[in-house]
Ligand binder design. Structure first.
Ligand SMILES: [Zn+2]
Ligand SMILES: [Zn+2]
Length: 400
């Protein structure tokens, strides 16, 4: 697949070849042609890889040939009907692809550009974008109704509307996305790395960098060492934290955490019923850490994260998405000055901050090869969910 992209890009480098290759793509993919996509028909049902129709891009949109995608825990949550059960739906929000065609009004992207999707935009002029306090743009917001910003879908199956996931749907050979929700990437970036940076790893990294702005010399604990947690460790390391404690129930995560800068590891399963907050305090002279990041999305662990921080000045960040509608929080740590803060996409703004991460990736500052443990073809997408349950699994790459 890498060779395919290289070939494609080489082709685009030459104007004459570009015309030929693009014509080939157009011949292969006229509007109305069927493409393969993983469709989820109902709550918790296995996905079915079927032929769907993907419409041409409309105003401000691009159609992207997805080169590879990856599986994030949030996909599994949406497959179970999380937030709003919308079916049939094409899941997938991590991925990377090449722009196949552009809609009217698209100026900053062209056919052949490589892009990654994002689920938040950044207009740089709304109240939220201007505030410097949040990445939740008001003009290009988080879209949860499974449709494009204009309220319609670009995908269908036998005439029936298919819902998108956020503003994309990467588990499809082609996807249509609004250009306000994509980031162009350098062709030298490894495709799997680009896919991982489109959500999980960046979310964790951003939470330590942008949300917490971890101070040099501070102590940090990260609960849950998936791609998000490992990103938080990397972010804390870059910010100069001196003690970075990783917590997980999977012993195989010890080595992974160390690869990203973790200094201490707690295997919570080795301590039976002792609360995680106490285990973290034991490692920090009884006081707790300066910053704690909850990356599992398991409701009760949010309180554990809060209790694991220093009295009065500890800061706790909710990073992992979960299904608990409400959680129980101890009152006293907050009353005494502690901070509990939520975060989406690690507080990253896609135009201001994501290019910085992509540059670091290009310069090999991130050890992202450590994340890639398994690969499947799109037709074996259900296997990806099984693999995710395995101890040695971190990220599953989905090849098209
Ligand atoms: Zn905005
Ligand atoms: Zn995600």
């Amino acid at each position: 697949m890498q060779r395919y992209v290289q070939n494609l890009l080489n082709a685009y480098a030459c104007k004459f070849a570009s015309a030929i290759s693009f014509t080939v793509i157009l011949l292969l993919f006229c509007s109305g042609c069927a493409v393969a996509a993983a469709v989820c028909w109902g709550v918790g049902e296995p996905l079915k890889v079927e032929e769907i129709q993907v419409e041409p891009p409309k105003f401000s949109e691009i159609r992207v040939k997805v080169l590879c995608a990856s599986l994030c825990h949030t996909d599994a949550l949406y497959g179970k009907g999380f937030l709003i059960p919308l079916f049939p739906r094409v899941l997938g929000h991590e991925g990377v692809g090449v722009v196949e065609s552009i809609g009217e009004g698209v100026r900053d992207l062209k056919e052949g550009d490589l892009v990654i999707p994002a689920y938040l935009g950044e207009c740089q002029e709304c109240e939220n974008c201007m505030s410097g306090k949040t990445n939740l743009c008001l003009k290009y917001p988080l879209i949860l109704n499974g449709l494009m910003p204009d309220g319609t879908s670009r995908m269908s199956i036998n005439g029936q509307k298919l819902y998108h996931l956020f503003t994309c749907s990467t588990w499809s050979e082609y996807m249509v996305i609004d250009t306000n929700y994509v980031v162009k990437i350098d062709p030298s970036i490894d495709l799997s790395h680009a896919s991982f940076l489109s959500c999980g790893f960046s979310t964790g990294f951003g939470s330590a960098w942008r949300e917490a702005n971890v101070e040099k010399g501070s102590s940090v604990a990260v609960i849950g060492l998936g791609a998000v947690g490992l990103g938080a460790i990397e972010g804390a390391r870059m910010q100069g934290a001196t003690k970075i404690i990783g917590v997980d129930k999977n012993e195989k995560k010890r080595e992974k955490g160390q690869a990203f800068g973790m200094t201490d590891f707690i295997n919570a399963d080795e301590y039976f019923n002792r609360p995680i907050s106490e285990l973290i305090k034991d490692m920090t002279g009884g006081l707790g850490v300066d910053y704690c990041f909850e990356c599992t999305g398991v409701g009760p662990l949010i309180n554990e994260a809060l209790l694991a921080t220093k009295p009065g000045k500890g800061e706790t960040f909710i990073v992992g998405a979960g299904t608990h509608q409400t959680v129980s929080i101890d009152f006293l740590p907050l009353l005494c000055g502690g901070t509990l803060k939520g975060s989406i996409f690690g507080g990253l703004q896609i135009k201001s901050h994501l290019p910085i991460l992509l540059d670091k990736c290009k310069n090999k500052e991130f050890n992202l090869d450590e994340l890639l443990t398994h690969q499947v073809m799109l037709e074996d997408i259900n296997k990806a969910f099984q693999l995710l349950q395995q101890e040695d699994c971190l990220k599953v790459l989905i090849n098209m």
